[in-house]
Design a protein around this ligand. Sequence first.
Ligand SMILES: Cc1cc2nc3c(=O)[nH]c(=O)nc-3n(C[C@H](O)[C@H](O)[C@H](O)COP(=O)(O)O)c2cc1C
Length: 385
Amino acid sequence: MKTKRRVVTAVTRRRDYPGPRPRKSAIVGPPKTAPARRPAASAAGPGRDPIPAVDGVRAAAVDLSVDLAPGRPGTLVLRNPVLVASGTFGYGIEYGEVVDVEALGAICCKGTTLKPRAGNPPPRVTETPAGMLNSIGLQNPGVDGVVERYAPLWAGWQVPVIVNVAGESIEEYVAVVRRLDGVPGIAGIELNISCPNVGKGGIQFAVDPEGAGSVTAAVRRVTDLPLMVKLSPNVADVRVIARAIEEAGADAISAINTLSGIAIDRPNRRPFLGNVYGGLSGPAIKPVALRVVYEVAQAVRIPVVGIGGIASLEDALEFLYAGAAAVQVGTAIFADPTVPLRIIEGLRAFCAAAGVPAARELVGLALPGGRRRTPPSVQGVEYRP
Ligand SMILES: Cc1cc2nc3c(=O)[nH]c(=O)nc-3n(C[C@H](O)[C@H](O)[C@H](O)COP(=O)(O)O)c2cc1C
């Protein structure tokens, strides 16, 4: 407990994000955190944040709340829009000694399957330029283990826990969700549909609108829990898949899961990972994730939760501007588990200084027309190599 208090204090007292100063009729620029990997605005492309500053708002008065299931009022209203991504924060308990997990917007726990899974053979992770590859293979204690071991603890927490669900058939997804439905401590479901559908020759549910829509609809029929479905970037046109998921009754869409990749063990001239294939995550995938969020936010009306390489307030702001109602932090947690909390406090300070009373006003500012609710762009995907 001692450790927890010390670290949280350090987080809230950090001075490396001073935040923009309130100015009356000026343009507020990005905060001067100057992380090493962020080039100067002129070289980087994205420049100053186009948030007209008005009178500063008291930081404590800034409304960071976000409703991730507006179709089911009051069921998944988060205190802030910063979640932790599935597979990078365990079950929320592991980090309890080093960060104040209750301060998070929500926790997406490790992928949960019907039966316990031991995961893939090692090696299961490797670093890549600006990211990592993992092939954990959904190691987890199975849905009964999650319900018995973790849900009773979650039930006493204020922070909502969203259970990430995986399966190899529609029946398996349905069985897992049936088991989770109505269990105290479970605030919602996130469907990981980047899993092979055994009944369809191993093609992932996520790669065709029919597969994605069917599994979403089947799960929707057996639960009233808020339902978020997670998109894979490994598809030709993500918008048709997002629309199928929305039509099948999802409350929100999260995007993106990892990009498929491999690493080569050069001395031994063979694939490095025990499973050959792994999922690429981290800063390397951020532009892809931003592009997917930008496209999907124009294609659907349900909230979009952005994921992919988010490691700073600036990253989170970019996702909000691209149309994300909230963000999830994943790989960055391995280097520094305090990143999500620093983003929350940074966002509060940013909004206060910019005179933005509610963070949701930042959502979609970079979309055509500058607003989330404008008609979809007719231009669509601009660049397909
Ligand atoms: C080690 C590891 C395990 C993951 N496990 C899961 C999982 O069980 N279910 C899931 O939907 N996504 C899983 N993911 C994907 C992340 O939730 C996230 O979508 C992805 O890593 C991109 O975000 P990031 O670049 O911030 O890490 C995992 C990612 C990593 C790095």
